[in-house]
Design a protein around this ligand. Structure first.
Ligand code: SF4
Length: 289
């Protein structure tokens, strides 16, 4: 199916510029750190980097999966960099971050899915910057969810994020290495292990999902105790990625935010440019950042 050709006016975004944007860029480059902002061609990079925030991508920028909505490269990744915890801490210090979102590629090649490296990054950063708060956006830890949860436990507290990304009927097309129920189960296990921590998930709209399917996903997420929800518009990050099927108008995101709040999500963000890490540091629900 060929997607809509013209970008609607509400999706026009300015590119980044200004001193803070340049400083963010220079800090990341000098430390040799990757971000999901650049690797995923995030449309919010100008906004986030100009506010002096970014989402660090640990464990390299080669993913062992090949999701069709994502522009991160795939193949055989390198071993985790033992210097990365120190570099991330230095980034947080230079950028004076209070809230750090950390994500990674899928690392199905590692016995613990990379969870031990997440833990090491957090523990190192917390030692250097005790006030820093953390949000994780983790892969599904296929084949090792128990080990991953065990590895991460010493690094609590954090917000535990894992994205279901889309409705189950579109997994085969969009997320062929993923499994909807595996993702839900990871969120359930996280909540059961750390009942006092918030769990979080995100959905992209515009891939051809139906409203009743979205509603069912929200219900499933609440059933596994998911506390936080982000809903945004899928935008094709590269020519190789899936086409956009539909541009969802902003009013419909507002409607989904209302529905989600009524369903009991305690933190909801829904707008065309919402991404799981977008304004993640805000503690209150905000429909239109
Ligand atoms: S929304 Fe997240 S991934 Fe996108 S630019 Fe902001 S911090 Fe980076």
């Amino acid at each position: 199916m060929s997607g809509p050709r013209r970008l609607p006016p509400w999706l026009k975004r300015r590119l980044g510029a200004g001193d803070t944007f340049q400083q963010t860029s220079a800090t990341l480059e000098s430390l040799g750190l990757e971000t999901i902002c650049t690797n995923a061609n995030c449309p919010n990079r100008g906004d986030c980097w100009s506010r002096g925030t970014a989402t660090v991508l640990i464990l390299g920028n080669i993913c062992t999966r090949n999701c069709r909505f994502c522009s991160v490269g795939h193949g055989k990744p390198e071993s985790p960099n033992p210097d990365e915890p120190k570099k991330v801490a230095e980034m947080a210090r230079r950028m004076a971050l209070k809230y750090l979102v950390i994500t990674s590629v899928d690392r199905d090649d590692l016995p613990d899915g990379g969870s031990g490296h997440f833990r090491n990054v957090i523990l190192y950063c917390r030692r250097e910057l005790p006030q820093l708060q953390f949000e994780l956006l983790v892969p599904d830890f296929r084949g090792c969810p128990d080990l991953a949860i065990e590895s991460l436990t010493p690094a609590a507290p954090f917000v535990f994020g894992h994205n279901v990304e889309t409705v189950p009927s579109l997994y085969e097309k969009a997320r062929p290495g993923g499994d909807y129920h595996r993702s839900l189960e990871l969120l359930r296990m996280a909540k059961a292990t750390w009942p006092h921590l918030d769990t979080k998930s995100s959905l992209m709209l515009g891939l051809g999902e139906r409203d009743d399917e979205i509603q069912a996903v929200l219900k499933d997420l609440r059933a596994v105790g998911c506390d936080r929800l982000a809903i945004g518009q899928y935008l094709r990050p590269s020519k190789e990625s899936l086409e956009v099927v539909e541009y969802i108008p902003p009013e419909k995101f507002d409607a989904w935010a209302d529905i989600a709040q009524h369903m009991g999500f305690r933190w909801v963000m829904a707008s065309p440019f919402t991404r799981s890490s977008y304004h993640a540091e805000l503690q209150d629900t905000d429909k239109e950042p």
